[in-house]
Design a protein around this ligand. Structure first.
Ligand code: ADP
Ligand code: ZN
Length: 722
């Protein structure tokens, strides 16, 4: 027998299929070890044949078949070529997406527990062997049990003697490292008419992709769960994606309560062993629902009945490292392959998705009401310019303070959202204007009061806090901007008896960090939750009746065509955490530009108005999806080498442009907005194109201009233009 093998080396020079001879019981999808260029490497069997495709004596044998059962599902091989072509990566890199790192190269293995049981043979126990007799009696009474605890009880000498005499035997069983979360014991709900209609619409829709546009609290989760339950009943499987790892435990609890061990979790917060076991539970068919963030789209499930992407607008669904894939795009490929539905859900669908739906290419379900007709929270704008004029320099406006007071005295909870962690954004010398910056990155440092240090949020470097300006020696340092720590300090002063809890990258250490904080808040062990984007999405805390948004219009000032959309989404999502159950909710939105039209749409929950305006603007100014923004990044340690590569990229694309100038709406080369990160300089060639016509050529140019010292890569409509 002969195996066609893709070697696990993601390099264009070995990006083809190699042939080896193999044992008869080798199966497609198995990982193997094989000789390659003088060493032994890992590979994937993608096909088998009885006859070799060239001289048999030249074919080397496989060294070892790695998997007893094939690790890769057949779908991988069908999608491999497509993914490799779409994202311009070698086939091995495409296959790797389907295998988490800990699955590869034998880094993690199964974990076993030793157990012991009686064999049924009569032991010849001498009178003096009292402990052996006790252990024997114990085993007869209890049946089999774990080996290690038994040796602790009766001594390993006695236990091992029983084994040596043939009276007992030790055996191994696989231990499932399934992550444990306390499951929210919530009964199954009777679906509302709107939820039933939504499920029926989607299940009977002729469209492959269906979008649920439902206001926050409209009960989208129950719709997803019903669709999943229906698919499981048909003997199929499902993938359920959520954007933030911090959300996953909450969702998982809900899914576990509903589906038991059939739900498996996949996220980076698990230990490697847990991930390994959860992955195999899916692969073996024991678990049928994969839930997780972006990478769970590659879950090793066969016979998919539905793929669900919650908060589909979220930018975390786009991978920012190679391969730079779009999760929705891959979900479409898998839905097509399996002949199943893809369901996208959001209170604020991305402009791109909503265009698809409004032009009839996606099915569309609209839910305009919250469950039980609960009103959406009222959003009040606090004009921060007026606050300053009135002599209130603090981060908390008067309206927000008043609402906080009312909320606390009624025993409800509040969430305060601020985009930035730390204490203050920058430290500035008021004498000479010096700003503390990172040595490795071209960004200003953030002051963290608890550790009394300055931190770089790009590379994580820590610096001692300054006592004087390093440039002029002046001691008048000013902290400008604000962060979660500072807001907490101000709140503690204003409301000394309120219990505060903070959630940001500094406080969520550990693999269950998110979960612990959210749980504490859910159990009402705190009154106010202060946090960054982490708290914006998805959470359902019934007692929260007030949300404060401290710096919502900050992102309005980014020079990015998506900044309006981002701001609208953020406000709607954060506001959506308020008033979801008992009392009516309120939101205080602090802004320095309260007349801004995006804020106006947001406070009126006017998605339609926002969308219409946004589409009009993007059409007129030719922004995506009515054009394609293509950024070629050039990153290197040495400035000279980067500039050299940048020129090569620029002139190669300029050549394309000269033959087809009308296709280019914009074209130039420049420093990236952040000129240096982790000691690497960053340049870019930026092009706005009318179509995809020259995209393939641009990828080729990028690949040709990269050197061993200079990284060159292409980004399409990047979510982050820094
Ligand atoms: P969304 O995801 O649309 O923001 P959720 O799915 O979180 O909304 O639902 C909002 C709240 O309504 C949750 O507390 C949920 O438990 C509750 N809920 C959803 N469907 C029902 C139902 N059919 N009957 C009663 N409560 C429901
Ligand atoms: Zn840095």
């Amino acid at each position: 027998m002969y195996a066609q093998v893709i070697v696990d080396i993601a390099h264009s020079q070995v990006d083809r299929v190699f042939e080896y001879s193999c044992p008869e019981d080798t199966r497609v999808g198995c990982r193997v070890k094989a000789p390659f260029g003088g060493r032994i490497i890992e590979g994937f069997v993608i096909g088998l044949s009885q006859t070799p495709s060239f001289a048999a004596e030249k074919i080397k044998p496989i060294t070892e078949v790695y998997d007893e059962a094939p690790a890769l599902v057949p779908e991988c091989f069908a999608l491999m070529e497509k993914l490799a072509a779409r994202y311009r990566v070698p086939k091995a890199a495409a296959l790797r997406l389907f295998l988490p790192t800990e699955m590869r190269l034998g880094k993690v293995n199964e974990s076993f527990v030793k157990r012991i049981k009686l064999t049924g043979g009569e032991p010849s126990l001498s009178k003096s062997a009292k402990r052996q007799a006790e252990a024997y009696a114990y085993l007869s009474k209890e049946g089999d049990c774990e080996y290690v605890p038994l040796t602790k009880k009766f001594g390993s000498g006695a236990v091992n003697a029983l084994v040596e005499k043939g009276a007992a035997e030790v055996y191994k069983v696989k231990r499932n490292r399934t992550p444990q979360y306390a499951d929210r014991a919530e009964g199954q709900k009777v679906l509302t008419a709107a939820q039933v209609d939504a499920v029926n619409y989607i299940e009977n829709s002729s469209r492959r992709v269906n979008l649920i546009h439902g206001v926050t609290g409209s009960g989208k989760t129950e719709i997803y769960l019903k669709i999943i339950a229906d698919k499981l009943a048909e003997g199929k499987t499902a993938i359920f994606l959520v954007p933030e790892i911090s959300l996953t435990p909450q969702m998982l609890s809900q899914l576990r309560a509903r589906f038991g061990g059939q739900a498996a979790i996949m996220h980076s917060g698990l230990s490697a062993g847990e991930r390994f076991d959860e992955w195999w539970r899916l692969r073996s068919g024991e678990a049928k629902i994969a839930i997780g963030a972006r990478s769970a789209i590659f879950a090793p499930l066969e016979n998919l009945g539905a793929i669900i992407i919650d908060e589909e607008h979220d930018s975390s669904y786009n991978s920012e490292a190679a391969p730079r894939y779009s999760t929705v795009e891959i979900a479409k490929m898998r839905a097509e392959y399996n002949g199943c539905k893809l369901v996208l859900g959001s209170a604020t669908p991305s402009v791109e998705s909503y265009i698809e739906a409004s032009e009839g290419r996606y099915g569309l379900v609209t839910l305009t009401e919250r469950i039980n007709g609960r009103p959406l929270p009222e959003i009040i704008i606090a004009d921060m310019r007026r606050e300053l004029k009135r002599g209130n320099p603090s981060n908390l406006s008067r309206p927000l303070r008043e609402e906080l007071e009312a909320t606390l005295s009624s025993g409800n909870q509040a969430i305060i959202f601020i985009n930035r962690r730390g204490y203050s954004q920058t430290v500035i010398c008021t004498d000479c204007g010096y700003v503390a910056k990172c040595e490795n990155c071209d960004v200003s440092l953030t002051y963290h009061s608890e550790e009394n240090c300055l931190k770089c949020h790009y590379c994580g470097a820590k610096y001692r806090m300054l006592t004087a300006c390093p440039d002029c020696g002046g001691a008048r340092l000013r902290y400008s901007g604000t962060g979660t720590q500072r807001v907490c300090a101000e709140l503690a002063q204003l409301f000394p008896s309120a219990r505060l809890i903070r959630m940001d990258n500094d406080t969520v250490a550990g693999k269950d960090g998110h979960y612990k904080i959210l749980r504490q808040f859910a159990e009402k062990k705190a009154d106010i939750l202060v946090g960054t984007q982490m708290i914006a999405k998805g959470h359902d805390f019934p007692a929260v009746t007030l949300v404060g948004i401290l710096d919502a219009d900050m992102s309005l000032h980014f020079s990015d065509y998506r900044s309006g959309e981002r701001t609208f989404q953020l406000i709607t999502q954060v506001a959506g955490r308020s008033g979801r159950a008992g009392d009516k909710g309120k939101v205080v939105l602090q802004s320095y530009s309260p007349e801004n039209y995006i804020l106006r749409y947001a406070i009126n929950y006017d998605y339609a108005g926002f969308f219409e305006n946004e589409v009009k603007m993007r059409k007129a100014a030719l922004y995506p999806p009515y054009s394609l923004i293509c950024r070629v990044m050039v990153v290197a340690e040495k400035d000279g080498e980067a500039i050299e590569a940048l020129k090569n990229v620029y002139f190669a694309i300029e050549e394309i442009r000269q033959k087809d100038a009308g296709e280019f709406i914009f074209f130039n080369k420049m420093h990236s907005p952040i000129k240096r990160i982790q000691n690497k300089v960053r340049y870019q060639v930026l092009a706005r194109l009318r179509s995809q016509r020259h995209l393939a050529r641009i990828y080729e140019v990028a690949a040709a201009c990269a050197t061993s010292n200079v990284l060159v890569y292409v980004e399409e409509n990047p979510a982050n233009l820094s």
